[in-house]
Design a protein around this ligand. Structure first.
Ligand code: HPA
Length: 245
């Protein structure tokens, strides 16, 4: 049976319902991951869990050690990864509370340690990244969303920004012109690093606010937190469905 790992984002620093068997502090050549890798049973299935921002949440998106996180999960035996990301909605279909199984990425991040193929290399490797997410895992997420009847999109272009500030309205207009449907700060380099380690990877994005300029007002953390609280139960249900299936 495949050993799945879940990378929990904002609002999912712990996986309620996980019967914990082991918490592993894993040291990696890239430093320490955001938190201990938890191993347990969820929906009757062995699963690994890692809180991307630490537990409690304390690591900003641009400070996450993505390489250590991915390396630690691989070391712990992960064979496939479901990533959970809170995002802003750009496309009109991506209203707050909407769930999106992203199918493409545009990377606007900079200055992050974004590859394992660094330093003294015996040979240079260029991974294929034409289709950044694994279709089989995407299909599992989509099947769960359909079974549960939650409003969702089966496609979406994830624009990954540097943060930690939110975007300007003009930046969002540009991203929209580029073809982005949702915007978040943690989708990259995580997805590319998973591909470098040959770990199939898919993203379940929860829209927690309209992106900058998409409403008349500004974006408040209180609004984001309230939406997260409303939506995270759906994320848990989807993951439970996927793992239990
Ligand atoms: N922009 C970037 N990242 C985000 C947003 C946003 O509007 N909402 C949640 N994460």
């Amino acid at each position: 049976m495949t050993t799945y790992a879940i990378i929990g984002g904002t609002g999912l620093t712990q996986l309620d319902g996980l019967t914990l068997k082991q918490a592993q502090n894993i040291d990696t050549p890239y430093g320490a991951p955001s938190a201990a890798v938890l191993r347990g049973e969820y929906a009757g299935h062995e699963v690994l869990f890692l809180a991307r921002h630490g537990h409690p949440h304390r690591i900003a998106p641009h400070q996450v050690n993505y390489r250590a996180n991915l390396w630690a999960l691989k070391q712990a035996g992960a064979e496939a990864i479901f990533a959970v990301n809170a995002v802003g909605g750009i496309h009109a279909a991506m209203g707050s509370g909407h769930l999106c199984v992203a199918h493409q990425i545009i990377d606007y991040t900079w200055g992050r340690a974004h590859t394992f193929f660094d330093g003294e290399l015996e040979h240079v490797t260029h991974i294929d990244f034409s289709f950044p997410y694994d279709e089989e895992l995407r299909g599992r997420l989509i099947a769960a969303l359909q079974a549960l009847g939650y409003a969702h999109s089966i496609h979406g272009v994830y624009g990954a920004t540097q943060g930690p500030r939110l975007e300007t309205a003009a930046e969002i207009t540009r991203m929209e012109r580029d073809g982005c449907d949702i915007v978040g700060m943690t989708g990259m380099p995580e997805a590319a690093l998973a591909r470098e380690l040959e770990l199939p990877y898919a993203c379940l994005a929860l829209v927690v606010n309209p992106a900058a300029g998409k409403t008349n007002g500004t974006i408040s953390m209180a609004e984001i937190e309230a939406e997260l609280e409303r939506g995270i139960g759906k994320v848990r249900a989807v993951l439970g469905h996927v793992l239990g299936a």
